[in-house]
Design a protein around this ligand. Structure first.
Ligand code: AMP
Ligand code: MN
Ligand code: MN
Ligand code: MN
Length: 291
């Protein structure tokens, strides 16, 4: 069985609609796909219908933006029931913050002579929630950077003209929403935060204390060494291991849906956890959908 437990659609900053993503997953021989859009579950209904049509198991998921000790950390929720109201309420607040932040990013970019960035990014978001990825697409379109990586480095990160600091959910809040929705919380791409091992241990112990269960040991953004380090942490903190591409679309030629390394030895895959054995039933209860 091939599992890809981290992916994005046009409901957030991915380039394929949920149905296209599911079809692509089938072509890539993925058996179990989690759709984990940033701060929204709007793509799940379409993805679920497509998964039934094309014969793939869809895991309803989400990737929640969290501020932990002034750093942004991403917490994936797997096997969530999207009808759980406190989760939806929390995500709605995060999306309001995103709207406000996007206007601010636009203002800040204007100060360095880049006009209409908010409008440009909004056009890429096409009515779905707005992310820095949408700003990046616009700035690349305007010829301000050669590619996505370059645009983030020069415009959208700390100490750069378009940076606005985040005030996302608390770690405890995000985990409560996920667990309340019947799901399992996963620390996404842990090596991407560039934390010292002391900081990462602090995060892991806070995460476990709040009821987190799983660490994304394998991610497209992890090197071989990072996978082994994370496998070690998963075992030390008694966490299940997850794996995912974090696929966003064809623009990033380095990442493919369903294509990444195996777990290092000794990992306990999240699909062997007890929770995983009872699939989530969800339907019709999600009012928002993909634009
Ligand atoms: P946001 O949640 O709006 O702050 O946007 C974060 C998203 O930007 C991430 O989920 C990635 O998809 C994307 N991103 C962040 N850093 C980079 C980077 N260096 N290169 C390409 N995409 C990035
Ligand atoms: Mn993203
Ligand atoms: Mn992420
Ligand atoms: Mn992601």
């Amino acid at each position: 069985m091939k599992y890809d437990l981290h992916s994005h659609s046009t409901a957030s900053d991915g380039s394929w609609r949920p149905e296209e993503l599911v079809k692509l997953a089938c072509r890539q021989q993925v058996d179990v796909l989690a759709l984990t859009d940033h701060d929204t579950t709007a793509g799940l209904e379409e993805a679920k219908q497509a998964s039934e049509k094309h014969g793939l198991r869809l895991i309803p998921g989400v990737e929640i933006s969290v501020t932990w000790k002034k750093r942004t950390v991403h917490i994936v929720g797997l096997n969530i029931d999207p009808a759980y109201q406190p989760l939806q309420q929390g995500l709605k607040e995060l999306r309001s913050f995103r709207e406000w932040r996007a206007v601010e990013i636009g203002r800040k970019l204007e100060k360095v002579g880049i006009e209409n960035a908010f409008e440009g990014a909004s056009a890429y978001a096409k009515g779905s929630l707005i992310t820095r990825t949408h700003f990046a697409h616009y700035l690349v379109e305007k010829g301000l950077a050669k590619d996505m990586r370059d645009v983030f480095k020069h415009y959208l990160v700390m100490n750069k003209p378009g940076h606005v600091s985040g005030a996302w959910a608390g770690l405890d809040q995000a985990i409560d929403w996920i667990r309340g929705a019947g799901g399992q919380a996963v620390i996404a791409h842990p090596a991407r935060y560039r934390m010292t091992s002391t900081k990462l241990r602090e995060l892991l112990s806070d995460f476990v204390e709040c009821g987190g269960e799983c660490l994304e040991v394998v991610s497209s953004s992890h090197s071989r060494d990072e996978r082994h380090i994370m496998a070690g942490f998963a075992n030390t903190y008694n966490l299940h291991a997850s794996c995912g591409s974090d696929y966003h679309g064809p623009e990033n030629q380095w990442v493919a849906l369903g294509k990444f390394a195996e777990f290092p030895e000794g990992c306990r895959p999240v699909w062997e956890s007890e929770r995983w054995q009872t699939p989530v039933e969800f339907s019709g209860s999600i009012k928002d959908s993909v634009a």
